[in-house]
Write a protein that binds this ligand. Structure first.
Ligand code: AVJ
Length: 319
């Protein structure tokens, strides 16, 4: 086997744990309790998410893949890019559909992820499967490092999977503004967004019959135990997924089955929960075409393409 391709590291190894300590102090230090969803994805959480993407109820991953199968060529042609930069590339599975669509017109592929392990695996696999392709793997956090990402040509920045839905409206405005300011004129962004639909289907996608999403949600308590010496016991909590019709988003929560006091020893923090009290662990915003296009336009990103199957959409915008 060839030597591992080096990664560019913008994210210091301890940064994620430090961020978790900060976010847990904020989110569990006062009511209503919240935790950001980015801490779901340790090794076990990432494996559980992979399982989620194969559940019958969880349509977004399949929908996005089918849209890319059908429309990647149009996306790439419209973008006029010669570099593909992918935010949150993970194992870079759906990436191959975009890479194929570029053909010889691709100067470099820049996968960006917070997980060095996932990224190294993806980069090494590409070195074998596409030996001619220039791959610049970057360990970075899309909430911090957008301005510092490589610019080896005219970029198409892909942010797929519906992850932008994890941000609320104000956070999206900040993210899109920073992204816009980090792009050169003519560079483009491709978003995968889940669409507003029948709440029953939405709730089922986040509360599957096999209980995989429940395990995924509860896993964040194991992350807290390991990283912050916390004693919140998954057995004391129940998985909740609900549709918020005002903000048009799914919320995942962990509901205490009894009144309890949890301790996060590494933070010297005690968290009291009444029976039935909840910790909000994720928002997953759902979109309408006019809404997301207005959010993009408001940040100086002009809508240039829209591809949908009615459930999910790919949105292209140009700086
Ligand atoms: C990876 C953020 C797009 O919100 O649908 C899946 C994560 N959470 N099931 C989503 C998730 C529960 C997922 N994103």
């Amino acid at each position: 086997p060839t030597a591992a391709t080096p990664l560019e590291v913008l994210l210091e190894p301890d940064a994620l744990r430090d961020a978790l300590a900060h976010d847990a102090t904020e989110g569990l230090g006062s009511r209503p309790y919240t935790l950001p969803p980015k801490y779901f994805y340790d090794e076990r959480g990432s494996a559980l998410f992979e399982d989620i993407t194969r559940l019958p109820e969880y349509y977004p991953t399949r929908a996005e893949r089918n849209l890319l199968v059908e429309h990647a060529a149009a996306v790439v042609a419209t973008s006029q890019a010669d570099v593909l930069l992918e935010l949150g590339s993970g194992s870079s599975e759906k990436t191959s559909l975009l890479l194929d669509a570029f053909g010889d017109g691709l100067r470099a592929y820049v996968p960006v992820d917070v997980s060095p392990t996932a990224l190294q695996g993806a980069v090494d696999e590409l070195a074998v499967e596409r030996p001619g392709l220039s791959v610049l793997g970057v360990v970075a956090d899309f909430e911090r490092h957008l301005p510092d990402l490589p610019r080896p040509g005219r970029r198409l920045v892909a942010f797929l999977g519906g992850t932008i839905g994890n941000l609320d409206r104000a956070q999206r405005a900040g993210f899109l503004a920073t992204l816009q300011a980090s792009l050169a004129p003519g560079e483009t962004v491709l978003l995968g967004v889940d669409l507003v639909k029948d709440p029953e289907r939405l709730v089922a996608a986040y509360d599957d019959a096999a209980g995989v999403t429940a395990e995924f949600n509860l896993n964040v308590l194991r992350v807290l135990a390991r990283e912050l010496d916390a004693d919140l016991d998954p057995a004391d909590f129940e998985h909740v997924a609900l549709w918020d019709p005002d903000d048009e988003r799914i919320e995942m929560r962990l509901r205490a089955r009894r009144s309890l006091t949890g301790r996060l020893a590494a933070l010297g923090l005690e968290v009291e929960l009444e029976e039935g009290e909840e910790i909000r662990t994720e928002i997953s915003s759902k979109f309408r075409r006019e809404g997301i296009e207005a959010e993009l336009t408001a940040q100086g990103l002009d809508p240039a393409g829209w591809w949908t199957d009615g459930d999910y959409a790919l949105v292209l915008a140009v700086r």
